[in-house]
Design a protein around this ligand. Sequence first.
Ligand SMILES: Cc1cc2nc3c(=O)[nH]c(=O)nc-3n(C[C@H](O)[C@H](O)[C@H](O)COP(=O)(O)OP(=O)(O)OC[C@H]3O[C@@H](n4cnc5c(N)ncnc54)[C@H](O)[C@@H]3O)c2cc1C
Length: 379
Amino acid sequence: MSDTSDQEQIVAEAKKFAAEEIRPFAADFEEQAAIPKDLIDKMAQKGYLSASFPKEWGGLGLDPVYYGLLTEEIGKACASTRGLITVHTSLVGEAIVRWGSREQKEKWLPLMTSGKKIACFALTEPLVGTDARSVQTTYRKEGAKYIINGSKKWITCGCIADYFLVVAGGEKGIGAFLVEREFGGITTTPIKGLLAGRAAHIAEIEFEDVEVPAENIIGKEGSGFTYVVNTALDHGRYSIAWGGIGIAGEALDNMVTYSRQRSQFGRKLYKHQLIQGIIGDAVTKTHAGRALCLRAGEMRRDGHPDAVMETTIAKYFTSKIAMEITIDAVQVHGGNGCYNRYPVERLFREAKILEIIEGTSQVQQEIISSFGLRRYYRV
Ligand SMILES: Cc1cc2nc3c(=O)[nH]c(=O)nc-3n(C[C@H](O)[C@H](O)[C@H](O)COP(=O)(O)OP(=O)(O)OC[C@H]3O[C@@H](n4cnc5c(N)ncnc54)[C@H](O)[C@@H]3O)c2cc1C
């Protein structure tokens, strides 16, 4: 792990990088429905595609707190770009770091670090979403290979991915496989007409008799969900928790700035008490959300047994307040808030996605409630 001042510097640089290379172009990325390849290459050179990987595997070695802060900076500038980091680094990369064999790490992580290979996480299917253990994609063992068949949907970066972490069911239960595009039998189709995440190369994917070498299974056949998928989702939720703070913070910046520049009734908007109320709430919620993310990050860093639960709480809360704050940011902008020349219009759409991905808010509520019913039961 890097020392604190190094990590602070990396986050400060990421903030500058986001200001120069990402934020000014976020609307164009959406318009062109793509995160440009040269941006992905630049992020790889900076180490942002492997910021949380240990240095041993070519990563920046950021601890969870600083990795979260870096995610916030990227997510503040562009949610789709943050989405790439969430799936490539947090979901797939961290699952390999945790459950991959030494050979698998040596083979895949340097290529992911350098950006030569982009990874996506393929769990959701056309007929299977929240009930993820019921995946219909199948694997069967044939000699030294697995044969994979099935469809996946809504897969972030699916269109550009070289590696697909595919969750499939078979004789022994659920398995997690690192499927490489070059194996053949994979068709990716871009999903158009999305509310948001339009630049995130989201795909529907068909796997047709894809032959996967046995050495590409991560962990054990049958324990793919309990270990690999749950690890991936936990890291994904942590990243998205910070993504929520990114969107909330960006909406707050825009709301405050606009209220100080536009006048109605001969006064700047912020001079009106009802606008002050909106701003006061947005500041409070953003600070509270960041505090939850920092707490989750510290607990993850320290290996606290409640770290996963605190991450779930942070993800649930920040996606909720990102939605609330972006609604208010649109309100403060009036008609201009409904116009795509103003970032709040996009932020408002991006916030909604966070309440759906990596487990919907209803699922998070159930998990948090079940924890609360145990933790706060007094007899
Ligand atoms: C932009 C975007 C990017 C995505 N990226 C990825 C990706 O990279 N990889 C991937 O695998 N998936 C991805 N997804 C899929 C996402 O994870 C799913 O959409 C999500 O898990 C919900 O599944 P679903 O859409 O099938 O909704 P459903 O499961 O059909 O749920 C519909 C509604 O019913 C509610 N519901 C369902 N079950 C219950 C219950 N037991 N109790 C109460 N309410 C319930 C849900 O909360 C929701 O409100 C992405 C989705 C989007 C929109």
